[in-house]
Ligand binder design. Structure first.
Ligand SMILES: Cc1ncc(COP(=O)(O)O)c(C=O)c1O
Length: 395
């Protein structure tokens, strides 16, 4: 079956779009201090995709719409079976249906796990630069403890085990949020890396929450080992979701996997019920969506290859590498020797390309490094870099 990823879908004006990414670029621009926005902005920020959801899922959701009653819903057995089968088949990860707990989105899951498993004032460790879990931690009165990863100078990041050991040895730090695959660095941690982290955490009684929501989006030739499979279930909770893989983030369907009997929660779906649309979308995605995900990964590989080639040729002072997982790249513009303000003004203001600045991932990264999600039609991704390159020409 041929899947269409080239189509440009208007998410800015379509009344049914409700897109955060396309309808709120001014929100992101404010963060980087740019106020004048072009009308024709290209948004490559926010990790969602500009591709229509797999036709198999849309077909099933149409049938659900025609059913016409969207009352309080209960999770059918087919839901959990679909989740178990997906991870068993795709990642060789075995867990039971009873190990699955539904949460309305990954942020909500992590925020609740922080509340459930740590106490007020305790520290939650994060390997930075990292996707922003600040709110999930700090809004719950816990401390956000940043352990910086090591940058080889070329945007390839590895874990600083000494710094991690030091943070874990502080008895006030009781949880770590691992992001695997790691957003934004694009690292997919190896079996050895995962086990070193697990060993340090377990020696100091630090609970591991492994956020694996990007684990189905892998670059060509790259395998993925779930942390629980690599290190066993003791003291470890995993977060998985269809949200990124199938572009279903708006349905907020996250599955938390807990196999450690000592960590089990009392009830599934404790605080809120999934919508019937969410339930059906997960079943359809995990039972019928595999060919679409494989085609998506191929398409994203091409986006990344072509954009990297273009950047290397036309933005020679920018540093960027191929990610191992996920669909985003980080571009370090510091080689151009411009001020933070000048870099932001060129990209967001003049070129009209909306990215995620380094500020979102680690205050140290400032406005010299920006993340681009290449989960949009090929022509759109390339146009974004053509516009940016024009602004940095002759510098
Ligand atoms: C690593 C990671 N975790 C969690 C989220 C948020 O997920 P959700 O939309 O399921 O809350 C994102 C979104 O970009 C992410 O990249």
């Amino acid at each position: 079956m041929h899947y269409e990823f080239d189509e440009i879908i208007d998410r800015k004006h379509d009344p049914y779009s409700f897109s955060f990414k396309w309808q709120k670029p001014d929100y992101v621009c404010k963060q980087v201090g740019v106020s004048e926005l072009r009308d024709d902005v290209i948004c490559l920020e926010t990790a969602d995709m500009d591709f229509r959801v797999a036709p198999e899922i849309i077909e099933d959701l149409k049938k659900l719409t025609e059913h016409g009653i969207f009352g309080y819903s209960s999770m059918p057995d087919a839901y959990k079976e679909a989740v178990v089968n997906w991870y068993g088949k795709r990642q060789g990860w075995d867990f039971k249906k009873d190990d699955i707990y539904y949460f309305p989105g990954t942020h909500e899951a992590i925020a609740q796990l922080v509340r459930l498993y740590t106490k007020q004032g305790e520290g939650v460790i994060v390997l930075v630069p990292c996707y922003g879990y600040h709110g999930d931690v700090e809004d719950n009165g816990r401390k956000y403890v940043q352990v910086r990863m090591i940058n080889d100078g070329n945007e390839y990041f590895t874990i600083d085990y000494d710094a991690l050991e030091k943070a874990c040895a502080d008895p006030n730090n009781t949880m770590i949020i691992m992001c695997h695959p790691h957003n934004p660095t694009g690292r997919v941690f190896t079996h050895e890396e995962l086990n070193k982290v697990a060993d340090i955490c377990r020696r100091h009684d630090v609970l591991i929450v492994s956020d694996e929501v990007h684990s189905d989006i892998l670059r060509q030739g790259q395998g993925f080992e779930p942390m629980m499979k690599a290190c066993g279930p003791k003291g470890l909770i995993a977060c998985t979701a269809v949200n990124k893989t199938f572009n279903l983030a708006g349905l907020a369907m996250t599955n938390v996997i807990i196999c450690d009997e000592d960590l089990k929660l009392k009830e599934v779906g404790m605080y809120s019920m999934p919508t019937p649309f969410g339930i059906q979308a997960v079943i359809s995605a995990y039972t019928r969506g595999e060919p679409w995900v494989d085609a998506l990964n191929e398409y994203v590989d091409r986006n990344i290859d072509d954009c990297l080639e273009y950047i290397h040729k036309n933005l020679p002072k920018a540093k960027v590498i191929r990610p191992e997982g996920g669909y985003s790249i980080n571009i370090d513009f510091s080689g151009y020797g411009l001020s933070d303000k000048e870099v932001a003004e060129k990209i967001y203001g003049k070129a009209g390309v909306i990215l995620n600045s380094g500020l979102f991932f680690d205050d140290w990264r400032g406005l010299q490094v920006h993340r681009a999600c290449l989960s949009s039609p090929h022509s759109m991704c390339l146009e974004a870099f053509e516009r940016i390159a024009k602004e940095f020409e002759n510098i």
